[in-house]
Design a protein around this ligand. Structure first.
Ligand SMILES: [Zn+2]
Length: 62
């Protein structure tokens, strides 16, 4: 279970959680009812870098 730090939502899949986290990185999300949060920008950047890195590792192993 992946819980959002910035609102009470939680997600079974990390992909969905990351997609939701991205909404918090956009200042203009009033219609989506997801508040912009600068901490979410940092976390999303970290998660994205981690994902890119892990993909590179898998590629190197093959
Ligand atoms: Zn959230």
């Amino acid at each position: 279970m992946h819980v959002c730090k910035y609102c009470p939502k939680s997600f079974n899949r990390k992909d969905n959680w990351r997609q939701h986290l991205r909404l918090h990185t956009r200042p203009n999300t009033r219609l989506k009812r997801v508040a912009y949060n600068p901490e979410a920008v940092k976390q999303y950047t970290t998660e994205t870098e981690r994902l890119i890195h892990s993909r590179r590792v898998i590629r190197n192993e093959r």
